[in-house]
Structures are given as C-alpha cells and as structure tokens.
Design a protein around this ligand. Structure first.
Ligand code: SF4
Length: 243
C-alpha cells in the first residue's frame, strides 16, 4: 500500500518550496502519458534513513510503524505531511486513520489527489486536486474524459465547502489548447477563490516542453477568471535533482 516515506521539499503546486514529509501510496487507475507511477509500483517499500539524506532502507512494515517513522523524519522546518501517490484515495480508510492520528499530534495534513473519488474525501488542512486535460490520455473517449473532469470539479467543490485550503493543478503540454485551460479556470472561478497552478510538463521520454509564449498565454487567459490566483509551478524537485 505505501511505497515510500521521505522528507523533501514540495516540488509543485501552491506550497512549492515548503518542507514536507511525503507518504507515497501505490497504484492509480488512470494512465496519464507523462506519469512514472508504473515504474515505481514494482519497487520494494522503503523509508528514508535520515531526513533529506536521500538514502533509503527497505522497510516491509511501514503501515504498522508509520507514525513512528513520521516522528523520526520530522525537521524544525516541516510544513505538512503529504499523502501522495499514485492515487492515495484508493486507500482512503487507512489514510483517514493516519490523518486523524497525525493531526492529533499537531501535524498538518495535505492530500495530493487526481480528484476522481469525491465520495471518499474528508478533511485535510491542504489539498491539491489535479485537473486532467484530454491530451493527458491516449485512447480515452470524450464521454470518459468528461466524467473524470466532472468528478475533479466535484472534489474541489466538496473540499472547498469543508473549509480545506484546496487548490487545482493542471499539467499543460506542448499540444494543450489555451482556451480549454481557460475553460478550467472559468469553472474553478464558479466554485470560489481557488488557486490554479499551471504546471508545464516535465520533458521526459520524448514529451516536448511547453514553449514560453504558450505558457504565458495560458496564464493570461486563466487570469481573466482567476486574477492573480494563477501560478506557474514547474516541478522544481526534478530540476534540483531532489526526491
Ligand atoms: S493521476 Fe497521477 S498517478 Fe495517476 S496516472 Fe495520472 S499522473 Fe500518474
């Protein structure tokens, strides 16, 4: 269920640059073209030895010892504990237990989800919900894409109404259509004061980078609906060679 636990900086989204402990869960039912989850799925479970060292030991009992591990990886600059993946809400019952225990101990919790399970949501201090675009998938019918998009908006709406500090993240690609991303910004503005993090795709495995002009055009179009609640948040951990 949990593939790894480690301490690093948040490399994407609204809280980019903050220190986090990441609890990464295995598995995801989606297949985004830029995702490396499939590679990680087969790795043995592991825990970082010392916070920020990047040195891991295999650890088959993470689920049993999770709170102890988080306490050990805590640093004075810690901002929050992230439940990430894969798709963490595949394991929502367990996460609810961990989350309650961690919040009782004074930790802030952060969910990073693809947003397709609104019925599984509960309170987190922070939540990042991915908004997928049609070009993120190969061979997905329009109807299936609309279903995913509707669920993502529903998740954001639900978290927002619960008082969670929720923001949306959208990965833009070289072939993304600016007006489609603008449509996302418009739908978010109908929900409330939601920040939209535009994440230019990290160019790996033949995926092309987004030209600067297109990136800024997308931001401007989104700004028509969200004003300054639009951010460009490239995956800085990848550029810095961090976990
Ligand atoms: S939703 Fe996230 S974890 Fe799932 S396939 Fe897409 S990028 Fe990977």
């Amino acid at each position: 269920m949990i593939s790894e636990v480690f301490s690093s900086i948040m490399g994407e989204g609204k809280y980019i640059g903050r220190r986090y402990i990441f609890i990464r869960f295995r598995g995801c039912p989606l297949r985004c073209v830029y995702c490396d989850e499939g590679i990680k799925e087969s790795m043995p479970s592991r825990v970082e030895r010392k916070p920020g060292s990047g040195i891991f030991q295999e650890y088959p009992y993470i689920e049993r010892d999770l709170i102890k591990i988080v306490n050990r990886l805590k640093t004075p600059d810690l901002f929050a504990v992230s439940f990430t993946g894969g798709e963490p809400l595949l394991h929502h019952k367990k996460i609810r237990e961990y989350s309650e225990e961690l919040r009782d101990l004074g930790y802030r919790t952060h969910l990073e989800s693809n947003g397709i399970y609104p019925e599984r949501l509960f309170f987190f201090d922070y939540a990042s919900i991915d908004i997928k675009l049609p070009e993120h998938f190969r061979d997905l019918e329009e109807r299936e894409y609309r279903e995913i998009y509707t669920l993502e908006l529903k998740s954001i709406e639900k978290l927002y109404s619960m008082g969670v500090d929720v923001y949306a993240k959208v990965v833009v690609m070289e072939n993304s259509i600016p007006e489609v991303v603008e449509g996302v910004a418009k739908d978010l503005s109908d929900i409330g004061d939601i920040t939209l993090c535009i994440q230019p795709v990290t160019p790996i495995r033949g995926i092309k980078a987004v030209p600067q002009e297109k990136l800024l055009e997308i931001m401007e179009l989104c700004g028509r609906h969200l004003g300054d609640r639009v951010m460009c948040t490239p995956q800085i951990h990848k550029y810095l060679g961090l976990l």
